[in-house]
Structures are given as C-alpha cells and as structure tokens.
Design a protein around this ligand. Structure first.
Ligand code: ADP
Ligand code: MG
Length: 261
C-alpha cells in the first residue's frame, strides 16, 4: 500500500537553476509532517511545485496523490483532487466577499475532477442554504465571527485575519493533503496561535498536513509525528518530533556536518 501523497525523486528547476535535487517524501492522511530547512533550501519551491505553480519546472520525478500522478495537472485540477496550499501572501479581491469566494472554491472542490472517467462531474454541488449552514458551523468551530464572511477577501485584513482566512478555506475545502508554508520572517504569536489552533481543530483521519517552516517555534503548537530536514534541495534527515528540538538546539550546521555536505 503506497502513501496517500508520494513524492519520488523530484527535481525542480526555476529558470536555469536546479532547486530541488531528488526529493523523496511520503505523507498519509491523518499524519502531520513538518519540513524544516534553512533559507533558500527549497521549501517554498516544494510547496509551489506540489501545487503546480507554472514557474516551477519538474525535470524529473513523480508526485502521486491517491495513486494518481499529478505532475501534469493544473493547480485547479490538483485542488479539485484535494491538494491545498495556504497562500503566504494572498492578494485582496475587492468586491468579492469571503462567503462568495469560499462558495466558488467549495463548489469546484465538491464537484471533483472536471474529467471523471465518464466525463461527468459527481454532481455534489451544494445549495446556498447548505453552504451557509456549513460555513456557520465551521466558523463557530474556529471561533470566528460570522460577520467576517461578509468582508471582501483580504481587503484591509490584518496579518491575523489573513491567517484566519487561510484556515477557514482549509476548513471549508476539506483537503486530503494540506500544505502550510510559513514565512521565514516568522509569524507573530497571535498568527501562530490562529494557525496552530485551526490545524489542531481541523485535524482528522481524512487529512494529512505538511507544515513547512524555518523555525521550530510553530511545532510547539502543531505537533508533527514526522520531521524532515531539507538542505540544498534534498531531504537529508527524517525523524520524529525530537528532531525539531535537536535542530533548535544545534542549528542547521550540525545537519550539514552530519551529512558531510
Ligand atoms: P525557502 O523557501 O527554503 O527559503 P525557496 O524555495 O524560496 O527557499 O528558494 C530556493 C531557491 O530558489 C533560492 O535560491 C531562491 O532564490 C530561488 N528561487 C525561488 N523562487 C524563485 C523564482 N520564482 N525565481 C527565481 N529563483 C527563485
Ligand atoms: Mg520559503
């Protein structure tokens, strides 16, 4: 039985530079994984490549989601299949409310892939009423004020509100694999709490989570079962939660030395 998400010998280029150099990773639903690595090691490149960002060219390797190779699929198709990437720097969408934005995204996700084996969508669209009920339920779960749903997406949002928007999207989309790429500048404590409480609240056996981070700090709040260290485009070490603590104590140089790289 192979894992729900399998990344195999992934090589990725941006412009003329090879950034990921043979990366392997397996994540199952119900698991929380963390990838840690120094600045420039390729963490965001991995996140963007998994999602299918066109600037990142896969020159070799495979990405399998639920037994399907998604390397050739568009970001939209991947999202429909259940991959989710929280935006690090989401843009604002004037005139589009959070509720409307989410309804469009959720409808697409519920329909599933555009091209099923018989070409039909699965027809799991939801009525306005169903959608509102679910939105209310999820917002209550995340202790969010329902008035937030009427605001325009990211317009004048504080850092913390942007994070709430990400987590709410995740709650509504019910991804199979959620990827959170956290900024290296570090989240302030408020944003950190929003993200980690949200992930912990939403965690369930049907979702796998990949938290990408430079700092160990967030892992005090979201506890991964598996920690991987990314250096220069490769995962050089994998282990349990203790690896994050060791890294915090000893820094990345220690890993580089261990690896002799
Ligand atoms: P991390 O998230 O680990 O800090 P990145 O994946 O953002 O690392 O970057 C890895 C390397 O790829 C860096 O050397 C960076 O300059 C380069 N890089 C990332 N994105 C781009 C891009 N869009 N265009 C050119 N180079 C890029
Ligand atoms: Mg990054």
């Amino acid at each position: 039985m192979s894992a729900d998400l399998v990344v195999k010998n992934l090589h990725v280029r941006i412009e003329d530079q090879e950034i990921l150099k043979g990366l392997n990773l397996e994540i199952n639903k119900g698991e929380i994984h963390a990838i840690m690595g120094p600045n420039g090691s390729g963490k965001s490149t991995l996140a963007n490549t998994l999602m299918g960002h066109p600037a990142y060219e896969v020159t070799e390797g495979e990405i399998w989601l639920n037994g399907q190779n998604v390397v050739e699929l568009s970001p939209d198709e991947r999202a429909r299949l259940g991959l989710f990437l929280a935006f690090q720097y989401p843009s604002s969408i004037p005139g589009v409310s959070v509720a409307n934005f989410l309804r469009t995204a959720v409808s697409a996700r519920r329909e599933g892939p555009k091209t099923g084996s018989n070409g039909d969508s699965k027809g799991r669209g939801m009525s306005m009423r169903e959608f509102r009920n679910e939105l209310k339920e999820k917002m209550a779960l995340l202790k969010m004020d329902f008035g937030f749903a009427q605001r325009y997406v990211n317009e004048g949002f504080s850092g913390g509100e942007k994070k709430r928007m990400e987590i709410l999207q995740m709650a509504m989309l019910e991804p199979e694999i959620a990827i959170l790429d956290e900024t290296d500048s570090g989240l302030d404590i408020d944003a950190l709490r929003i993200v980690s409480e949200g992930v912990n609240e939403l965690m369930n056996p049907n979702m796998g989570v990949l938290v990408i981070t430079h700092y160990q700090r967030i892992l005090n709040y979201i506890q991964p079962q598996h920690v991987h260290i990314l250096v220069a485009g490769r995962i050089v070490l994998s282990g349990g939660p203790e690896l994050a603590l060791e890294l915090e104590e000893r820094g990345y140089d220690w890993v580089r030395e261990t690896e002799g790289s």
